[in-house]
Write a protein that binds this ligand. Structure first.
Ligand code: GSH
Length: 216
């Protein structure tokens, strides 16, 4: 497939960690995309017009000319990496790529789905209970990520060495979520340092939730 001539469209929500991953990759690779907000708090993700695009009722979703709709942030990230290899987000050698992909999955599969809005609502209708539930899974996930960073000895300025990788695109939005839920990142000192350093990078700032907060 050739690079789409028309800009792509990203359906997203400003505070969705999965959406931030993709916004960050687009900014990092300097790819132009139109953004369409799907307000999760207004349940827009469950409206028929959106379910046609993503039957799971989750953001993000990437629209390419066609129109063609693509879901699942990790699949989208991998595609962006293949199509726009300049400014890479994966290291070169296969073993390092395996490490980075493993870190990604600790968040994408092992943490985020367990604390997702739909799971919280299923667990309880009470917002304090939802918070308790989310905090439980976030703490488990971040503690494991911290232990993995220490065990692998591959962390540097960022999660893997001295360059931002897909692992950072996955873990930083999860850290931001953690702070919103009152989780102390100081309990994960290696990760906390990586988080702070990532927040100083241009593409991370440009794609951060605060930049996309709806007016009302
Ligand atoms: N595996 C999916 C997960 C997507 C996901 O859970 N999105 C959340 C926001 S981060 C969502 O749309 N939640 C809405 C809901 O659960 O109702 C991905 O990585 O894209």
């Amino acid at each position: 497939m050739t690079i789409p001539a028309k800009p792509m469209t990203l359906y997203h929500y400003y505070r969705s960690s999965c959406s931030w991953r993709v916004r960050w990759a687009l900014a990092f690779k300097n790819i132009r995309a139109d953004l369409v907000a799907v307000n999760l708090l207004k349940d827009e993700q469950r409206q028929p017009w959106y379910l046609e695009k993503n039957p799971l009722g989750q953001v993000p979703c990437l629209e390419l000319p066609g129109p063609l709709f693509f879901t699942e942030s990790m699949a989208i990230l991998e595609w962006l990496e293949e199509m726009y290899p300049q400014s890479p987000l994966l290291p070169q050698d296969p073993l390092s790529r395996l490490r980075v992909r493993g870190l990604c999955q600790m968040i994408i599969s092992g943490t985020q789905p367990l604390q997702n809005l739909g799971a919280q609502r299923f667990f309880s209708a009470d917002s304090r209970e939802q918070q308790r539930y989310a905090v439980h899974w976030i703490k488990l996930g971040l503690a494991a990520y911290e232990r993995q960073l220490l065990a692998q000895h591959t962390a540097g300025t960022y999660s893997f060495g001295q360059a931002v990788t897909l692992a950072d695109l996955c873990v930083v939005p999860q850290c931001y979520n953690a702070e919103r839920f009152g989780v102390q990142l100081a309990d994960y000192p290696t990760l906390a340092g990586i988080y702070q350093r990532c927040l100083l990078t241009a593409a991370c700032c440009e794609s951060a939730p605060d930049r996309f907060q709806p007016a009302s």
